[in-house]
Ligand binder design. Structure first.
Ligand SMILES: Cc1cc2nc3c(=O)[nH]c(=O)nc-3n(C[C@H](O)[C@H](O)[C@H](O)COP(=O)(O)OP(=O)(O)OC[C@H]3O[C@@H](n4cnc5c(N)ncnc54)[C@H](O)[C@@H]3O)c2cc1C
Length: 470
């Protein structure tokens, strides 16, 4: 009765709520408005939209049945994993042509992690398993899942596949795409495609698994994945350096790339970010006089990564007064906190416009001062905090000040990026935040091809309506 009432209130076909309850069980269809609301705002608080109910299937067959039922009712389905994506893709957006508000499909119960296959160095994980849970499972078997990011306790494997998440180790191991051996997914018509057999070589036509990687939930719901694992590196060393400019950082990173085989992370942040993080989290700065730019580098290996790192730096002039090093886990964690606590610290001062962009490494030195000038021109008095995975040319431009609906700063930054030969999304995806600017990074022919794929696999446009394609 509660379900029927909720559905009627939302103008939904009553029998859809009942059909979904018959598939997943009544307790896994959440329709209380205050509960549904807790799913419909994204991590940044910039994006939200109404959902008629939340459904939590526990296996692939149930996911497929839910999608089929929604497709038959011409009701949109918004897919949500950990809801840590920063471009609004995991919460409802506009859905022209569909019936009423969408159903929000949460993958939280698809959280199984299979036994680690130490012969193939692979594991099968459910889409709703968190990155941290997968990392723990791999480590317990003496291996590592090589993608790592600050949202590890909430971000899910399905969300990471859907966004092709990058993270801090792309410089060494590649992003999520490089770790995917095969994907299982439910398509818009309720059919299931499954490539979980673990074959590393399998040239039998279109690679549907890789097509789903980075598709942001617009082509299918990922239900599980077969993933590659790498050897565990017993030794780690982290060095934090203070430098004078972004150009000095990129020169140093270019040198390290060629001389440091164990280089596993190269992260950049700036004076204002360090000050904000220390203020927000109570951390003590690493050295008394703040530096303009900070470069954090991590090197890992089976033996002596610190020696390897120091040797690679030995030809260069490094200011000892602006250097901190750690090789033990608590010291490493402390140095990483300066970088990892940026995201939460920025959110503590307002609702940020998050512009995750990538540029050719050699252009970053020019981009950084230029983007600060441009932000000040279009949003005077706003706060711009920059950081990123500098080894990949990836900078996160965060602007706090303009209202959530004011897109002038987004336009200005993304146009600047495109003009300098960069991409408007490095690793977070397009979501609903950047659909209007997709044409800055993709040609008309590419967008038409993407649209043709979307139409072929999801002719009614029920999966993640309003996400990715303008
Ligand atoms: C503190 C912090 C640090 C971060 N650091 C990084 C970083 O270093 N690198 C990086 O790349 N990102 C980073 N992110 C962004 C985010 O963690 C990633 O994009 C992550 O992949 C999102 O996973 P999720 O489970 O939270 O997905 P959600 O936010 O729930 O969803 C993201 C998108 O994927 C879709 N989706 C989710 N699950 C599925 C599924 N099973 N099938 C199909 N589609 C699905 C959603 O509909 C949505 O479009 C960070 C975020 C935070 C808050």
């Amino acid at each position: 009765v509660v379900l029927r009432d909720a559905a009627q209130r939302q103008g939904a076909p009553t029998d859809l709520a009942e059909t979904l309850a018959a598939i997943v069980g009544t307790t896994q269809v959440l329709s209380d408005p205050s509960v549904v609301e807790s799913f419909t705002t994204d991590w940044t608080r910039r994006f939200q939209g109404p959902a008629r109910l939340v459904v939590r299937p526990a296996d692939t067959a149930a996911v497929a049945a839910v999608i089929k039922a929604c497709s038959e009712a011409r009701v949109g389905v918004v897919i949500q994993g950990g809801n840590t994506g920063l471009v609004g893709g995991s919460v409802p957006a506009a859905h022209p042509g569909l019936e009423g508000p969408p159903v929000l499909l949460s993958t939280s119960r698809l959280d199984s992690i299979g036994p680690v296959d130490t012969v193939a160095s692979q594991v099968t994980a459910g889409a709703g398993a968190t990155l941290a849970a997968l990392q723990r499972a791999a480590r317990a078997a003496g291996l590592e899942f090589p993608v790592d990011l600050g949202a590890r306790d909430s971000a899910t494997i399905g969300g990471m596949i859907a966004t092709n998440a990058g993270g801090v180790h792309v410089i060494r191991y590649g992003g999520t795409r490089a770790q995917v051996v095969g994907v299982e997914a439910a398509l818009a018509d309720g059919q299931v495609v499954s490539r979980l057999g673990g074959l590393v070589k399998d040239n039998t036509g279109y690679d549907l698994s890789q097509l789903l990687v980075g598709s942001e939930g617009t082509l299918g719901v990922v239900t599980a994945a077969r993933l590659r694992l790498v050897p565990h590196m017993a030794e780690r060393a982290v060095l934090l350096l203070g430098l004078a400019s972004t150009a000095a950082v990129t020169e140093l990173v270019a040198h390290l790339r060629g001389h440091l085989s164990g280089l596993s992370a190269a992260e950049i942040f700036y004076r204002e970010g360090m000050e904000l993080v220390c203020r927000h989290s109570g951390l003590t700065p690493p050295w008394p006089e703040a530096s303009e730019v900070y470069l954090l580098i991590e090197c890992s290996g089976r033996t002596s990564p610190l020696e390897e790192m120091l040797e690679a730096l030995s030809d260069l002039e490094v200011d000892d007064a602006a250097t901190a090093v750690a090789t033990d886990s608590s010291g490493i964690e402390r140095l990483w906190s300066y970088r990892e606590r940026h995201t939460e610290s920025v959110s503590a001062i307002g609702v940020p416009h998050k512009l995750d962009v990538t540029l050719p490494l050699g252009v970053l030195g020019e981009f950084e001062p230029a983007v600060r000038r441009r932000v000040e021109e279009v949003a005077p008095g706003s706060t711009a905090i920059l950081w990123g995975h500098v080894g990949d040319g990836n900078i996160h431009v965060n602007v706090v000040g303009p209202g959530p609906e004011d897109e002038r700063v987004d336009s200005a930054v993304l146009e600047l990026v495109a003009g300098l030969g960069g991409s408007i999304s490095a690793e977070h995806g397009i979501g609903r935040a950047k659909t209007a600017w997709l044409g800055l990074s993709r040609s008309e022919a590419e967008i038409a091809a993407m649209r043709a794929i979307k139409t072929a696999l999801d002719p009614e446009g029920i999966l993640n309506p309003g996400v990715l394609l303008p």
